[in-house]
Design a protein around this ligand. Structure first.
Ligand code: NAP
Ligand code: MG
Length: 403
């Protein structure tokens, strides 16, 4: 069989620990035998980030802007322990944070559903994708405790030095105050990423805030979404047969619980933080969750939602057997290859991505799975296998599908 040819390189961002091991095995066992893989390789492993003073991360994000599609392995975000472990000259920032800032993107997370693992909410038969705005609000706030009574005010000083004041509260005793912000441009970027992603996936888009209470702040989010939708996306949504739906956040929560899934739920920063943990837990596991960063201009970076699985890596280093779930990393590769295939007009590459995902799901539904899923699955014939055997079992099924 001839290998599938690629025309544009995929930006490949390698990473750390157990996921770095899985990364190589996925390429060796599942991709390179079938695809003439063309990538521009960036090693975001912590050692290389230290060597390049983290320039490699910036370069990889710029390459993503240039080529349009990247696939990223999980990476260590350094803390004090890692500074010691790797002898770092600086506590480098989270690569995901750096890349997100350069691409100005929104992260979309979607559970991967398989037979035998029932969501805690059994009516959720289709995946719910959470899109979280990753800028501002309470994550960039200023807050203080105030003592003994006094007056709290919002003061806005414009470019000419003119002040506008609004009373927050006249305190007669101790209390707390908080100031936060967002930028119209960031909200607009978030909205465009969501509308583009909904069109890409051909799924409805839901958005909710508390605009009845927050008549300026949350209302601004509602208005920006609505303006962009009316001016740029309404016709495209009609053509795609999908809808944009706005409601209050409390109404949204009630509807989500009653729904059967199958839509994208755009959340403000805090709502997205909370709801993504609820949704991923309800569907089963972070290792069964895809994650893609989409820029407002339509650049895509695919990754796994989980970390580098450090505990398994140290077992692996000691020569012990591991049973680490590679599904999210495989789906990062299939997502990126499919997107490359779509952009470059290579149907064979899209077909390969579909078959790789189907073979992965079939393996689990045949009862062959890693330890984390073994604990969750209700299949009677379930069998726990090690990290590499799991990939080889997927490889057998993939090869059969590609005959
Ligand atoms: P983690 O790597 O997600 O793992 C936490 C635990 O969850 C594991 O010990 C394991 O539980 C389970 N787990 C996660 N993924 C799994 C998988 N694919 N298969 C099987 N079990 C899985 O989080 P962490 O240990 O807190 O963080 C490790 C490193 O990852 C940190 O340095 C952190 O900075 C980094 N991180 C990176 C990203 C990213 O690049 N996107 C995201 C989060 C964290 P058991 O040990 O019980 O088996
Ligand atoms: Mg959180």
């Amino acid at each position: 069989m001839d290998k599938i040819k690629m025309t544009t390189p995929l930006v490949e961002m390698d990473g750390d620990e157990m996921t770095r091991i899985l990364w190589q095995w996925i390429k060796d066992i599942l991709i390179c035998p079938y695809v003439d893989l063309k990538t521009e390789y960036y090693d975001l492993g912590l050692k290389k980030r230290e060597e390049t003073k983290d320039q490699i991360t910036v370069d990889s994000a710029n390459a993503t802007l240039k080529y349009g599609v990247a696939v990223k392995c999980a990476t260590i975000t350094p803390n004090a322990a890692r500074v010691e472990e790797y002898g770092l000259s600086e506590m480098w920032k989270s690569p995901n944070g750096t890349i997100r800032a350069i691409l100005d993107g929104t992260v979309f997370r979607t559970p991967i559903l398989v037979k035998g693992i029932t969501p805690y909410i059994p009516t959720w038969t289709k995946p719910i994708t959470i899109a979280r705005h990753a800028y501002g609000d309470v994550y960039k706030n200023t807050e203080m405790q105030v003592k003994g009574g006094g007056k709290a005010e919002l003061v806005w000083t414009d470019k000419d030095g003119k002040e506008t004041r609004q009373l927050i509260h006249e305190f007669t005793d101790d209390g707390i105050i908080q100031g936060m912000h967002n930028r119209d441009s960031s909200i607009a970027g978030f909205a465009k990423s969501c509308f583009n992603y909904a069109l890409d996936r051909k799924q409805d888009l839901w958005f909710a805030t508390k605009d009845t209470i927050s008549k300026q702040y949350d209302h601004r989010f509602k208005d920006i979404f609505s303006e962009i939708y009316e001016n740029e996306y309404k016709e495209k949504f009609a053509e795609a047969g999908i809808e944009y739906f706005y409601t209050l956040i409390d109404d949204a929560v009630a509807r989500v619980i009653r729904s059967s899934g199958g839509y994208i739920w755009a959340c403000k920063n805090y709502d997205g933080d909370v709801m993504s943990d609820m949704v991923s837990t309800a569907y089963g596991s972070l290792a069964m969750m895809t994650s893609v960063l989409v820029s407002p201009t339509g650049v895509y970076e695919y990754e796994a939602a989980h970390g580098t699985v450090q505990r398994h890596y140290y077992k692996h280093l000691k020569g012990e057997e591991t049973s680490t779930n590679s599904v999210a990393t495989i789906f990062a590769w299939s997502g990126a290859l499919r997107k490359r295939g779509e952009l470059d007009g290579i149907p064979a590459l899209c077909g390969f991505a579909d078959k790789l995902e189907a073979a992965t799901i079939q393996t689990i539904e045949d009862g062959i799975m890693t330890g984390d899923l073994y604990l969750l699955s209700s299949l009677e014939n379930k069998q726990k296998v090690n990290s590499r055997t799991f990939l080889e079992e997927i490889g057998k099924r993939l090869s059969a599908k590609l005959q």
